[in-house]
Design a binder for this molecule. Sequence first.
Ligand code: NAD
Length: 360
Amino acid sequence: MHTITLIPGDGIGPEISSAMVKVVESTGVEIKWDIQYAGEEIYLKEGNPLPDKVIDSIKKNKVAIKGPITTPVGTGFRSVNVTLRQELDLYACVRPCKSFKGVNTKYENVDLVIIRENTEDLYAGVEFKKGEKDTLDLIDFISLKTGKKIREDSGISIKPISVFGTERIVKFAFEYARKNGRKKVTAVHKANIMKHTDGLFLEVARQVASRYPDIEFEDKIVDNMCMQLVLKPELYDVLVLPNLYGDIISDLAAGLIGGLGLAPGANIGDEYAVFEPTHGSAPKYKGLNKVNPFAIILSAVMMLKHLGEDEAANKIQRAVAEIIEEGKFVTYDMKSPNDPNPPVGTQEVAEALVKKIKSY
Ligand code: NAD
């Protein structure tokens, strides 16, 4: 019996989470769900979008799966997702993007794994608000030390990238490649412009790569990487990136395989792991039983593998592939315009998966 923290999240989170639970339970794997709430509703009730008891539950259970959580733009609380990753030191975000037969996309044979550093870079949360005294002091300090003038009406976000952080994420990427029979790791950066952050990332990546002679290594500048992925994604295998580029390229890669509805993810550290879909809370679809549950269900597949429940994981993976190929029990986002069958809802997808899994 595994005890797993389940954070349903908000927006479409609760409905895709309940679909996922049904599908996981249909495999016969024994899981006790420790349900915990985070996000806007709990913020309004308790004044904290991420109560201590949520973190304590993950620390106790070591493994969690979560639905998406809305982050208010500009004002309000800090991103629960970013805080969770930092508090639990979940330094590696793993996002596999693999083509499924039967999906209406421009690409076939995409099989990428995006490994994104999760704790540093412009997402470290070190920010200075426009016009505040500390910000003006910082602007003066920078002008004194570098001779460079930053406009006084600027806001500033700091981009730290460390040897420690880079070494462990690149090592994670190579270890992942070895364990999963992958051939190549590509480090993505903008070292030509940001010499002391991305330049450091590249230099450390090269050093780590030299310790893995069995895996091919190359690097690409991030703008070129975007073009390469759009032109010939089949040439790439494992990509390792600093936080911001990793976030953006993950969505690009999700687009290559048919959209966010199919892109699972995991945030992994040395002690804890939190599994979640790449997509957000899609507030406009909340409560409509409309959105695609595959991304959270495929995140559960990653979770089951992490728990050593390979048989259950493989059953779900097989059922998802078959349902997609048959094309009947899929949501609106997976339908081509001339498809004669209407889309089904979130829970109907789950029911179709459960039926298949029980028949294996
Ligand atoms: P989003 O992923 O919620 O939506 C982007 C587009 O994809 C929308 O058109 C949406 O309808 C569609 N979409 C998303 N998930 C889908 C699914 N399962 N099936 C079908 N269509 C789907 O991104 P956004 O609109 O930029 O963000 C909304 C909120 O989610 C924001 O508050 C953001 O901060 C938050 N967010 C949370 C996470 C997380 O919890 N890890 C990740 C990304 C965004």
